[in-house]
Design a protein. Structure first.
Length: 82
């Protein structure tokens, strides 16, 4: 299925999603200052719990590998062509 870049961009520019991205970036910068992660180390911050909506500012985080964080994500609803 072809990607709809216009739809993806509209979602990424949604004010709610912008705030969530800013919160993720703040958490990463805080971890960089604390020395728990380093630039280029292929580690990510895992926001502990199931947080698909709302603010991420007060959510606890832990440092995990990129693979561990992606595997742990909840399944997405995808439409399959039949």
């Amino acid at each position: 299925m072809a990607r709809n870049y216009k739809k993806e961009t509209a979602y990424e520019e949604n004010p709610t999603q912008v705030k969530r991205r800013e919160a993720r970036n703040r958490a990463r910068r805080k971890a960089l200052k604390a020395g728990t992660v380093h630039k280029g180390d292929s580690l990510e911050l895992d926001h502990v719990g199931y947080h698909r909506t709302g603010s991420l500012d007060s959510v606890p985080v832990r440092v995990v590998t990129k693979h561990a964080n992606r595997v742990r994500q909840p399944p997405h609803k995808r439409k399959h062509k039949t």
